[in-house]
Ligand binder design. Structure first.
Ligand code: SAT
Ligand code: MN
Length: 596
């Protein structure tokens, strides 16, 4: 074992690292300091072993390619556990394991797992280093890929240790790839110990422990205890002519275009008038009450871990610009000229490539069943620094956070849900958010068209009983002096022929414009049983080619459909038993009465 000087005097941290070293038995321990020299050394080492491939320096400067084990390309929710003393504290929507059993089972896998490897110790900050709204974690890992991703996604190194001092509190994050055996994979959260243990996977959400594990599951627990909120929300700023920048957050289940909305470019007519969107964050937001009484949001992350396929200069020009340099591409296709390609890219398919799983690929290829073979994995990802985004907000690292005027929730719904409605009150907003869902697509298990409820888009990410989580939302509403308004949006309503009625993407600015007008009390609305919907004439359709009456249809509320919707909501609410807040049943009953 090579002894290395420990760059901290934090006793608890030192002794935890020693304990983990004893269990995992690495050849050496390296404390990550965050320097450029260190980055270069790790990149060279990873390229030497094939863990990373350096991409063409002229076309993609500073970029690398990584292929993960084909059995390890997405989060594994079935192997993800909340390990609280009492099972009820994890609630009906989480997998639960008793802490002692969890530690023992994982210790068996971690035991000696780092033999022949280096154990890296990464001090990291979620949120700007030193901000009152930030939290510190330390991730131990045996993966250089993880170190280099954490370097982009969080703030790492000596600056963080300095803030941590000799007694600061931190989340203990232990990770090992072990042998990437799915039968020995566990993603364990111990909120009562402020600890995460993840073993057997190298994939993003399973292995970059700052992201979903800390910034959502552990942070949601800390938030409940400390009086703030950790949410699966993008944060964006909107400039409107002659007005100060307003900020909103938005939560959507996956596959609803969150990153695209966060980096949206308004339509031409709006741009010409001076409208502009600024990205504060694309995935996670931490919300705390500011000294000015507003709800303030920070993005705890420092980079984007975005889905690659479908990213092009139409769907998201800002993302395209962001990933031109210093980016890690995971599980895309590798082209003969040493760049990357994916389905839905700006470039035509190369004549041949190596696909995400390492096999030769050419356009038009089909498998034995005649199904077309994808070059890039559908969940292939880019990891890129937020600072490279052309529309990154000047306030994205403001330690005070940005004041939130409106919170948006939405899902992918072919019918029932109007394009937009404003909820009637905070509690009614919480109720609406708790019913968020998307229709199942052919790509998911279950019946196509059935609603998969995903309250607040937090179902896989809430670190405790969701009944208590809803109660926490209700309680926060009583404490925030300047409450944001809560809206529900649906970009995916279809017509009788199953075609999307709303163009989406940049044109969603037209809806955001109405939302901000509502926040400023500048525009009337129509009160319906489900909330306030826009008058069709208040949604600016200049420059759109919509059939007459489309906006009226988009904002219409069909009471019969809503009565059906409520039956399904009731079934869902009942799964939470006693822990489901009375306030939300009251809202449910109120809606039922209004629907008649
Ligand atoms: O896998 S991650 O959790 O990092 C990304 C995602 O699934 O949203
Ligand atoms: Mn996400």
């Amino acid at each position: 074992m090579i002894a290395m000087e420990t760059p901290t005097k934090h006793k608890e941290l030192i002794s935890w690292v020693q304990d983990m070293e004893k269990m995992c038995r690495p050849d050496k321990v390296v404390w990550i300091n965050g320097s450029l020299e260190e980055k270069k050394r790790l990149e060279d080492e990873a390229c030497g072993t094939g863990e990373l491939i350096k991409l063409d320096e002229k076309k993609l400067p500073g970029c690398f390619f990584h292929r993960s084990n084909p059995n390890d390309v997405a989060r594994t929710e079935s192997l993800t556990f909340i390990c609280t003393k009492n099972k009820e504290d994890a609630g009906p929507t989480n997998n639960w394991m008793a802490p002692q059993e969890a530690y023992e089972r994982a210790a068996d896998i971690f035991g000696g797992a780092m033999k022949g490897r280096t154990m890296y110790v990464i001090p990291f900050s979620m949120g700007p280093v030193g901000s009152k709204l930030s939290k510190i974690g330390v991730e131990i890992t045996d993966s250089i890929y993880v170190v280099l991703n954490m370097r982009i996604m969080t703030r790492i190194g000596d600056a963080v240790l300095k803030v941590l001092g000799e007694n600061g509190s931190f989340t203990k994050c232990l990770h090992s790839k072990a042998d990437l055996d799915i039968k020995k994979r566990l993603i364990l959260h111990f909120p009562e110990d402020n600890t995460i243990w993840s073993v057997g996977s190298g994939y993003g959400g399973n292995a970059l422990l700052g992201k979903k594990c800390l910034a959502l599951r552990i942070a949601s627990w800390l938030g409940k205890t400390e009086g703030w909120m950790a949410e699966h929300m993008l944060i964006l700023g909107i400039d409107r002519p002659g007005k100060e920048t307003k900020y909103i957050t938005a939560a959507f289940p996956s596959a609803c275009g969150k990153t695209n909305l966060a980096m949206m470019i308004p339509p031409e007519g709006y741009k010409a008038k001076g409208y502009r969107v600024w990205t504060v964050g694309d995935d996670i937001s931490w919300l705390k009450i500011g000294s000015d009484g507003t709800l303030r949001a920070i993005n705890p992350e420092a980079g984007y871990f975005g889905v690659i396929p479908g990213t092009n200069s139409k769907s998201n020009p800002n993302a395209v610009a962001t990933i031109k340099k210093n980016t890690i591409f995971t599980n895309a296709a590798l082209t003969p000229d040493n760049t990357v390609w994916w389905e839905g890219s700006d470039d035509p398919a190369p004549p041949k490539a190596i696909d995400w799983s390492g096999n030769e690929w050419h356009p038009g290829m089909v498998d034995d069943r005649g199904v077309s073979v994808k070059a890039a994995h559908p969940n292939s990802r880019f990891t890129a620094p937020a600072s490279q985004c052309p529309c990154v907000s000047p306030k994205w690292e403001d330690p005070e956070g940005v004041p939130i005027s409106a919170i948006l929730f939405g899902g992918r719904r072919a019918n029932v849900m109007p394009l937009v409605f404003e909820t009637l009150s905070w509690n009614h907003g919480v109720f609406t958010a708790s019913t968020v869902g998307s229709e199942k697509t052919a790509a998911q298990e279950g019946v196509v068209g059935e609603i998969r409820r995903d309250p607040m888009a937090m179902l896989p990410f809430c670190g405790y009983n969701m009944g208590d989580y809803f109660q926490h939302w209700i309680n926060m509403g009583k404490k925030i002096p300047k409450l944001p308004k809560i809206f529900h949006v649906n970009w995916f309503r279809t017509d009788d022929h199953g075609k999307f009625m709303w163009p989406g993407f940049g044109d969603n600015m037209r809806v955001l414009d109405w939302i901000l007008d509502r926040c400023e009390g500048k525009v009337d609305a129509i009160q319906t049983p489900v909330g306030f919907v826009p008058k069709a004439s208040d949604i600016n359709s200049e420059g759109l080619t919509l059939a007459p009456g489309t906006i009226e249809k988009l904002v219409s509320v069909n009471q019969a459909e809503w009565r059906e919707e409520q039956k399904d909501q009731e079934k869902f609410f009942k799964t939470f038993g006693d822990r489901f807040p009375k306030e939300l049943w009251d809202e449910y009953d109120g809606l039922k009465k209004r629907l008649g």
